[in-house]
Design a protein around this ligand. Sequence first.
Ligand SMILES: *Cc1c(COP(=O)(O)O)cnc(C)c1O
Length: 856
Amino acid sequence: MPKFASFTVIPSIPERLAPLEELAKNIMWSWHHSIIELFRRLDRDLWDEVDHNPVRLLGVVSQERFDQLTQNDSFLNHLDRVVEMYNSYMYGPTWFQKNFAEAYPDMRIAYFSMEYGLTECLRIYSGGLGVLSGDHLKSASDLGLPLVGVGLLYQEGYFQQYLNADGWQQETYPQNDFYTFPVTQILDEDGESLKIDVHILDRTVYARIWKIQVGRIPLFMLDTNIPENNREDQDITDKLYGGDTEMRIKQEIMLGIGGTRALHAMGIKPTVCHMNEGHSAFQVLERNRLSMFNEGVSYKVAAQANGGGNVFTTHTPVPAGFDIFHPDQIYRYFQDYANELGISVDFILRLGRGPGDQSNSGLNMAILAATNSPLINGVSKLHSKTSRKIFRKAFGTIPEDEIFITPITNGVHYRSWISLEMEQLFDRYLGSRWREQPEDQSIWERVYKIPDEELWRTHERRRERLIAMTRNALYKQLMKRGSSQHDLDIAGEVLSPDALTIGFARRFATYKRANLFLLVTDRIMKLLSNKNQPIQFIFAGKAHPHDDAGKEFIRQIVHFARDQNIRRQIVFLEDYNISLARYLVQGVDVWLNTPQRPLEASGTSGMKVVPNGGLNLSTLDGWWDEGYDRDVGWSIGSGEEYTDKSYQDRVESGALYNLLEYEIIPRFYNRGQDGLPRQWISMMKHSIARLGPVFNTHRMVMEYFERFYLKAHQRITFLIEDNFKNAIELGDWKHAVKDNWDSLEILNVIAENTDNIRVGEKLQIRAEIDFGNLDPEDINVEVYYGSLDSNNDILGGATMPMNLVSKVSQNVGVYEIHLPCTISGRIGYIVRVIPDTARTTVKHEMLLIKWADMAD
Ligand SMILES: *Cc1c(COP(=O)(O)O)cnc(C)c1O
């Protein structure tokens, strides 16, 4: 091919309509119906044709149409209202400004994620992780946090899905042309693209930086597809989750190291770095490198300081889900980098294994992140518990219950997921504050004031829209597949706008068991063939390109749906994406989810139906384990975990059929004189009122802010003040404590009258501690106690501090506690010593515990 010169053509928009350009470039339209409506008014058909991408829309709308609109008062009014709203959103006071900006003027949070699900036209996400990142940024914008996002701008992104005639998934990778997207390039002072570079193997790889404006939040995205790079390196930012481990490590180097360099190049100095999943954990190393070279401190001091400002969210419920790089691979990619940092590759490998692990295993990105951030969370209560189990090895002898992985349960950004109709209904009955403060329970209580009839009609309108969209989409996908006229005719008749509609859409990972409802054909056929109380299913979802078992699930569903008798009641829609997801969660009556507990870390799609009045039917896993009660939805089973998976499938499919047959279908069709399903509507209201205030990203981001970001910011600010004085002191102290830990001894433990203590009495416990080479100020002595189980293990232990009451000698102190005995039964206790907790962010940060020998 010859080389082409290029130039860029931009639309010429009349002066009066000029604000449209800025509106198009800020994807805050994706959660403001009034802005979307404005774009749709430009040209409704074109809006759909351009994949809901307003930048492209402005490029294809005709000059004539623009001229017409400059004469259209109603449109101009709408535009002016939107501009006013836009300005007050962008520049008005926010939660952060009102409450924290003054106290924390230097606070900057960098949020790293491998994928972002923001809006349908930006195909740079694969599933739940990406949508969560997107919703996180949107709520951070609403709350006004000083946060920036960091990611990769994939030329092809995640694949588009279509099915062949046999129902087998096919993948295509359309190219994104960023010049027609709501993204802008970051330029340097000379107006050239700003570039950063990263050393990868023997090459220098360059990346330019794009920005996606998400309301108030800038999201910076790296792109290696530039002529300075060779072909292979250009492809680093081609596909999301596309390549092998070589590709993966390059992408993660680009995200963690490149992303950190990009922020630095733009003069952004984050105090808090939030790693959303372990993919970005190399930022830990790069952050330290920057401190070394800019502040002149050693690696150790840099790590001590920056470690205080890191935050890590883990999303994986199984060890197989971690990214692990073979030691040889780390040697190949990190030898030069380690030299530059003055550390060894072995040292980096050890950071990625955890102190408890002496093996020669590879570098685990999640452990690299975890060992360098004291603030770690799982994404639901159940998942935190699971995480403490699977990270256990990396945390030394810390009891599992005390491992510092705490839950911050996921949420969704309601305004991105709620239908226009439901939004208007809430505005009328709840007031507009539900938009800004969805975490406020008292607002959602007002749902009970909405007349049943109105809530139901609103919901039914959205069900009708869903059915219409489904017929349309099915028709298109059958056309593409070259189906017969007969099949095309049926597409126009599938599903009924009045029937109980059950949705299932998500990644087709096998643990989610999309085909569970098919397990016993007789039972599902019986339910489907009842014409008096009809039910129907809509499915959608992509299997990972390498996951043949997931693709087989799709094929099974498609084949099942070919049966003449039920083909109007089961539809599989191709190419699940955010737009399709919105239609589904806004229109279904029931949202079905069947993960194998505990493999669904949180799950978020079920939360999206909540503000839309849909009801959840799910196994008790992830968020549903904490959200479920019988007034708000249904649980398949009661949280059992099985080792025999096929037995589990039989039990749980049985439970699913029973719920459908005896509870869900009858309740849906139990209509009063007025045709309303009053009991059903009452459940809808309970679901909105009780789950509404909890499972949203405002609540979630506020939790991250109050529990993690503030702490991390204060911590790192303290550590780096006076040229890292406190980091140096802390490092020296930690070092001394670690080196001398073995010199510490618990000499003896004496408890008085342990026989027949009554509830309400106190037990006196004393212990003599030989400080060895340490001082009393270096340690905390405490008693760890709790009810004993049949194995003589403590269940859910608690601790109380013991006080130094006297000294036997210079080196030996007596500690004492009067332990209140509040419950009856057999109580176990043990005395232990840990390093002084006042000096660290979290209690067990140093992973050191000295346990007393209580045997005698
Ligand atoms: C919300 C969402 C997901 C996540 O669904 P889960 O049920 O939580 O796995 C995946 N894909 C899209 C397009 C979504 O909108």
